[in-house]
Ligand binder design. Sequence first.
Ligand code: ATP
Length: 244
Amino acid sequence: MRFGGITALDRVSFSVAAGRIVGLIGPNGAGKTTLFNCLSRLYGFSEGDILFEGRSLLATPAHGIAALGIARTFQNLALFGTMSARQNILLGGHCRTRSGFFAGALRLPSVRREEQVLAARADQLVELLDLGGVAQTRVRDLPFGTQKRVELARALASEPKLLLLDEPAGGLNHEEVGALIALLQQVRDRLQLTMLLVEHHMNLVMRVSDQVVALDFGRVIADGTPAEVQGHAEVIRAYLGEPA
Ligand code: ATP
């Protein structure tokens, strides 16, 4: 992936097995966000390919990504502030509905059945993410940490097989990070999905991930278990600089 003269991702290659939590780390400018934007097809990459369940993502436009089973959250949140938490979560499930515009306008029975399914799923997610007390509250009136849980629920409402989390711990306090670690493991176990997360919070990455991939200057410099990557000479050098 190139931006003019800058090669933001250079022959980056790694595999993510189903059901795993994989942490993507690297210093500022390493290429993590660019990789996420390639995965969710916000960027059209110039060379190479990304395979999801053996299928090329190159052939999938950005609006087809959710239907394939890939969902994401954003570093700076992307919620509808004037809508309630539950309404935001309901919206996340709409890519799973099949009824078209006319069936919706005529309120056919098939539409009502789909809406019931979406509502039931939203209620399950409200419970799983402990949002019961704020489900009817406007999102913009919620604390940042709670908004992040709403965004996670909204992404989960599309029933993804792969969830991309962009800095889930960003802006959270110490206690909230502790709760997030437990929550991510619970979500993975209950919903049996695969997670790829970009995160600067090393404690969270190392505790929650089964595999960690480290990038630096657009290249993979380490790929292994948290312990292997933490002790990897190139990773230490990338974060701390050359030894004196
Ligand atoms: P951070 O941890 O700071 O979010 P990152 O690892 O996500 O960093 P990227 O934002 O992916 O890194 O940036 C990778 C490289 O690509 C950097 O050199 C950056 O300046 C460059 N870059 C990213 N997006 C663009 C863009 N839209 N136009 C030009 N250059 C870009």
